[in-house]
Design a protein around this ligand. Structure first.
Ligand code: NAG
Length: 261
């Protein structure tokens, strides 16, 4: 496989730094695949085993980031800004998270890694035993009928997060070379335990702030369901940006060459 493809899929594991989002694919096409990547073949009966081995071998580099593949450092992962806005139905929420730092990504385990070249479909499922996130936040809204207002530092601890990502692509030709365009990026996740702390809620009112934090932690499950559509969209948008660059820069035939070996 190409590990590269894998990486694309894996990236779905999370987000990107600004310079990564802005980096342009090389103007010379197709770009050269870095030599440290073990390439797997599309028609190999051992494709998924190859993909997994290739991924395991590259894991350390992956966690440090691989600029050639538009993959940002993952430990920690720094995202300059995430916005979550919704103004419909039961939710009214406007929130911005700045300088989001996520630690714990490197300790993931791979549950499933499946490449289905015949369907141009690539699936990866990962479990993260623990993730810790910190950021500056600004929230204004109403969640579960409660007004929520604040501006400060926040910390979130998550345990046992399982995340499935699926990419579905389409082939196209450019200058006689086959490329993939990813039409669909699907992300699903399950959470087992969430601890949240928001500093400086309600203009620094300590009593109100403490009550709200307690409320959020007691009701994290319902709360997580309310923000799931927003969260899923944020993850998909972030992943899309890097996946699109990866597949625009490298041809499909280089990423996942034809043949059995
Ligand atoms: C971890 O999450 C998975 C998927 O949601 C679940 O099946 C499993 O029981 C959880 N394990 C623990 C120890 O919570």
């Amino acid at each position: 496989m190409d590990t590269i493809l894998l990486f694309g899929v894996l990236l779905l594991g999370l987000a990107m730094q600004a310079e990564w989002l802005e980096a342009k694919p090389p103007s010379q096409k197709p770009a050269r695949i870095p030599s440290f990547l073990k390439v797997c073949h599309r028609d190999s009966p051992e494709l998924n085993t190859c993909a997994r081995e290739s991924f395991e071998a590259l894991r350390p580099q992956l966690m440090n980031g691989i600029p050639e593949l538009y993959i940002p450092p993952m430990e920690p992962l720094v995202v300059p800004e995430v916005k979550m806005d919704q103004d419909s139905g039961a939710i009214y929420l406007h929130s911005v998270y700045r300088n989001v730092k996520v630690t714990g990504i490197s300790t993931h385990t791979v549950n499933e890694l499946r490449l289905e070249p015949s369907k141009l479909k690539f699936i990866v499922s990962l479990t993260f035993p623990r993730l810790h996130m910190e950021s500056e936040y600004s929230i204004k809204g109403k969640i579960m009928m409660m007004p929520l207002l604040g501006d400060g530092h926040c910390a979130v601890d998550l345990k046992n997060i399982t995340m499935q990502t699926e990419l579905i692509g389409q082939e196209y030709k450019e200058n006689g070379v086959n490329y993939l365009k990813i039409n669909e990026v699907k992300v699903q996740y399950q959470l087992s335990d969430v601890k949240i702390h928001l500093d400086n809620l309600f203009n620094g009112d300590k009593a109100l702030g403490e009550r709200m934090n307690q409320f959020l932690n007691e009701n994290w499950k319902a709360l997580a369901e309310e923000v799931r559509p927003l969260m899923t969209k944020a993850l998909v948008d972030i992943l899309r940006a890097s996946v699109d660059k990866l597949f625009a820069a490298f041809s499909y035939d280089d990423l996942l060459p034809k043949g059995k070996a």
